[in-house]
Design a binder for this molecule. Structure first.
Ligand code: VIB
Length: 222
């Protein structure tokens, strides 16, 4: 007993590294990622964010305390008022209009990942749901930090993906990631080994679905 978030990443170390250091991520850092692959990813990420907002609404429904209800509400507001607005603007810069976004077909990788998170939350409790959301919430912060530390990463105008890296490296985003880590550390401190194993399976599955999401972008696959 006495688990922490780091025990989840340690339990699926190879999958976690494959997600954080994926070729798609390396291409973002080096500035060499195929533009079509990035546009495809941006489009599918719009659909992803809509379902992710629904998952925060589910977290509100699953909350047993006012503090957890507020936490879910903050997460939902952050996606609707900040993340999705930014995303729509970002898509516009990449030549994707709101009309295009409204008509997108959903890729299999998007379907699989988002519905997996929603099903995990429906079936389980608030901790199951947060663990399913963690590769997304914590992973992108870790990816931005990892990229900043790599010698191949190009910063500034030389890199067409600079805004993407900067968004997830920002104090706002890193603060939200820290808050999520604290929430998870507090809950994981008193789970049994059997319960930890269940949670580690959820975390690994969601991490594998993040890897598939990057690969879907690279392959420009529906
Ligand atoms: C496939 C995929 N995985 C993770 C994120 C990152 N992300 C999505 S919502 C959110 C929190 C917003 O408050 C974060 C960090 C993404 N965009 N797309």
């Amino acid at each position: 007993m006495g688990y922490r978030f780091d025990d989840l990443t340690t339990a699926c170390r190879d999958d976690w590294r494959a997600y954080i250091e994926h070729d798609f991520v390396r291409g973002l850092g080096a500035g060499t990622l195929d533009r079509g692959a990035f546009r495809h990813y941006l489009q599918q990420d719009y659909l992803f964010l809509i379902h992710f907002a629904r998952a925060f609404a589910l977290a509100a429904y699953k909350s047993r305390s006012l503090a957890d209800l507020r936490h879910a509400h903050e997460g939902l507001k952050a996606i609707l008022d900040v993340e999705l607005d930014l995303h729509v603007g970002y898509c516009r810069d990449w030549g994707i209009s709101e009309d295009d976004l409204a008509r997108l077909p959903e890729a299999r990788a998007t379907l699989a990942y988002t519905r997996y998170v929603l099903d995990t939350g429906n079936r389980g409790d608030l901790l199951d749901l947060h663990v399913a959301l963690a590769p997304c919430l914590v992973g992108y912060g870790e990816i931005a930090n990892w990229l900043s530390a790599q010698s191949f990463t190009q910063r500034g105008e030389a890199n067409p993906f600079e805004a993407w890296i900067a968004m997830y490296e920002s104090d706002d985003f890193q603060g939200a990631m820290r808050a999520e880590l604290d929430w998870l550390d507090a809950r994981l401190a008193d789970v049994t080994p059997a319960r930890f194993n269940e949670l580690a399976t959820i975390f690994r599955d969601a991490t594998r679905l993040e890897i598939d999401f990057w690969q879907m972008g690279l392959d420009q696959r529906l």
